[in-house]
Design a protein around this ligand. Structure first.
Ligand code: NAD
Length: 336
């Protein structure tokens, strides 16, 4: 039997990527939706053959506990709503995948992890690149020191986003602009290639258009120092397109460009191009991996702890940008 998935929030990502990907998965399938917009419910019911009893809104969502068709709830809402809906899903006894960033801060992540532990359900974060062959190869080259230990990483992501009506630019809903939205990718590109957690960060925040970026940074550049000596440098921005991961070990280099975009990575090393067959949607492997983890009762690789690590680093980056000071990170007591 394929596990049943309900998507919560039928915006761009759910519509363009997750729902089509869930038509091609082997171990799970789209069977339910949660939406505040009745007209969307009608369209989705027809398009994906979703029965009326598997359609919920944000108010009656908790009744999902009585629905045996739905095993997994996937939260694809604005960032400020991730914690609330993940916790409600766990309390309803459903396994949870939450989109990135996992929440607004470490405290919310802790509450989500605790709720899932109490309910004995799995918690995953929608980190599709944990299952992408290009990213896995860069991680292998780095962590196995195939060309020696990593010395520098450049890891950046940005695009143009200047519409103040969009939730991503609203501090309460998005949590803080580009660093919240795109920071997780840049952080992971570096930390997962080095195979370590950073012990200090420095950061610089910039605003060019003050009419649009009133209380959030338009761009944040940041550096992470790793215990083994590697240093990474990143740009997250809402003012221009950048999407790249570049790694050096002495004279050897390797990287991806584009790197993080859902349309797929391309890669090259100092020895030549990387070439992998990839499925139409990265989310197919991501969702099948999660479904298998649920079936085998094990924590997913893209776990709640992974999501919380990234929020802890983002909190330190924002503090460093605001104070202009180097911020140290202490990982004592963190179960990795
Ligand atoms: P979106 O704006 O297109 O969709 C958001 C959905 O939430 C809409 O259906 C909207 O109606 C609903 N919603 C409910 N309450 C809302 C409120 N108060 N304000 C605004 N919208 C509200 O956004 P999206 O691009 O689909 O992003 C959704 C989530 O998915 C975000 O957390 C984002 O970071 C994540 N995302 C992840 C990836 C990825 O590659 N993993 C890509 C895109 C987005």
């Amino acid at each position: 039997k394929k596990l049943g998935v309900a998507l919560v929030g039928l915006g761009n990502y759910a519509t363009r990527q997750l729902a089509p990907a869930l038509q091609q998965t082997e171990h799970c399938q789209l069977v339910g939706i949660v939406t505040g917009t009745p007209s969307k419910a009608e369209t989705w019911k027809k398009q994906y053959n979703i029965p009326e009893q598997n359609v919920y809104n944000y108010d009656n969502f908790d009744q999902i506990r009585n629905n045996p068709d739905i095993d997994i709830v996937y939260v694809v809402l604005p960032n400020s709503m991730h914690a609330e809906f993940s916790i409600r899903a766990a309390k309803a006894g459903k396994h949870v995948i939450c989109e990135k960033p996992m929440a607004l801060n470490v405290k919310e992540c802790e509450q989500m992890i605790a709720a899932c532990q109490t309910a004995k359900v799995q918690l995953g974060v929608g980190y599709r690149l944990y299952y992408d062959p290009y990213h896995l190869e860069i991680r292998r080259l780095g962590t196995q020191k195939v060309h020696g230990s990593v010395k520098t990483v450049e890891s950046s992501l940005g695009f143009s986003m200047a519409d103040p009506k969009v939730w991503r630019l609203n501090k309460a809903l998005g949590g803080g602009g580009a660093i919240m939205d795109l920071g997780v990718y840049c952080i992971q590109g570096a930390r997962r290639t080095v195979g370590e957690l950073p012990n200090a960060v420095t950061a610089q925040g910039f605003v060019h258009d003050e009419k649009v970026f009133k209380d959030i940074y338009e761009m944040v550049m940041f550096q992470m120092e790793f215990p083994g000596g590697a240093v990474s440098n990143s740009t997250t921005t809402y003012s221009s397109y950048v999407d790249r991961l570049h790694v050096t070990s002495g004279y050897q280099w390797y990287g991806l460009q584009p790197s993080y975009n859902a349309t797929g990575a391309q890669g090259e090393t100092f020895e030549g191009k990387l070439n992998y067959q990839t499925p139409e949607f990265q989310q197919i492997k991501q969702m099948d991996a999660f479904a298998q983890d649920v079936l085998n009762q094990r924590a997913p690789e893209a776990s709640g702890m992974e999501g919380m690590i990234d929020l802890k680093i983002i909190e330190a980056i924002v503090k460093a940008a605001q104070t202009g000071k180097r911020v140290q990170l202490d990982w004592k007591g963190w179960k990795l």
